[in-house]
Write a protein that binds this ligand. Structure first.
Ligand SMILES: [Zn+2]
Length: 332
């Protein structure tokens, strides 16, 4: 368990009567607003991105469908959660009706839609380095399995060790942040990447919701882009104006997260709790390369806890991650 349980932003937030006051990331190197409005009308957005709207949206509560090369993107009025390419994607602001038009915030357009619409989600290469980070370890056991009493730290290590040979077979050079049950301070997990110079940092966790045995499913996190609200903040303040080193990789963070999440939800059959954003996770925000954190299920949910205790299920999770990260060029 890394983040807390329930989202800070309700998935059923009402339609805002007016645009909230938001800090645009004008201080972020390389960020430019190529739209003339902060709340971009959908027709202008579709034209700029080269996609189509399925039908003129009605004023009701039904979803607005945008047709993308990767499948339909369903936007729900007033809701932060969108449906894209078989997965739930948590937007920063969601669809709003303002001044008589359906609109998306420019940050949702540029930080969520544009990266996902690129024709090649992640470049195909034959050689890459990854740091796989099994969460917790040593005196920090993480969450406990409500059925077996086993610790998260052991499950995450097992998951990583199952994943390592699968990725190596695909040509990845794999570095584990720990390969035994030892303390691994956060600073070491981040510093390790300076040595390994990886192309991707992947942190593996399992979740827990104290006092809530019903929550279950998979969540995939990457760093919140500057200017957007996070979906989980825990007790931390969520400074929208913050700029972290990992924000330089906003686009690839999301592209990797979406691939990983889709494969994990499909392979596990677990509930889809969405690709989400957080900025309090120290293991992500200091990274100088794309970074993703996976919560592979709830140890506090008895049914899911039994599955996670099964080595075959953890093998399935490892194979799903490997499938998502299989970036080998197609065979000739
Ligand atoms: Zn954890």
């Amino acid at each position: 368990m890394e983040p807390v349980m329930e989202p800070a932003v309700s998935s059923a937030a009402p339609v805002a009567p007016a645009a909230p006051s938001i800090v645009l990331p004008s201080s972020v190197p390389g960020w430019t607003n190529r739209f003339s409005e902060v709340w971009v009308p959908l027709d202008a957005l579709c034209e700029a991105l080269g996609i189509e709207m399925a039908a003129p949206p009605a004023a009701g509560n039904g979803p607005v469908e945008l047709r993308t090369p990767h499948g339909p993107l369903l936007l729900y009025p007033g809701q932060a959660v969108a449906r894209w390419n078989k997965i739930d994607l948590w937007l920063g602001f969601g669809l709003r009706r303002l001044q008589g038009l359906w609109r998306l915030h420019v940050l949702d357009a540029q930080k969520n839609l544009e990266p996902l619409l690129r024709p090649d989600p992640v470049p195909c290469v034959s050689s890459r380095t990854i740091v796989v980070d099994p969460g917790h370890g040593g005196a920090d056991p993480g969450a406990s399995n409500t059925v077996t009493g086993q610790w998260e730290k052991d499950y995450t290590l097992d998951w990583a060790q199952r994943l390592e040979p699968l990725l190596a077979d695909q040509g990845w050079t794999v570095v584990l942040s720990r390969d035994e049950d030892v303390d691994c301070p956060l600073a070491d997990r981040v510093r390790l990447n300076g040595d390994a110079q990886p192309d991707l940092f992947l942190s593996l966790h399992f979740n827990s919701a104290k006092g809530d045995p019903r929550s279950s499913g998979i969540e995939t996190y990457c760093l919140t882009p500057t200017g957007m609200p996070s979906h989980v903040a825990r007790e931390n303040s969520d400074n929208l104006a913050a700029v972290f080193p990992n924000n330089a990789f906003d686009a690839d963070n999301l592209r990797y997260a979406a691939r990983l999440h889709e494969c994990l939800v499909r392979a596990s059959g677990a509930p889809d709790r969405g690709v989400r954003r957080a900025r309090f996770m120290g293991v992500l925000r200091g990274q100088a390369q794309p970074a993703v954190l996976i919560e592979g299920g709830y140890l506090s949910n008895p049914d899911e806890a039994r599955k996670i205790a099964d080595p075959d299920y953890r093998q399935k999770l490892a194979e799903a991650v490997a499938e998502a990260l299989d970036l080998r060029p197609p065979a000739q």
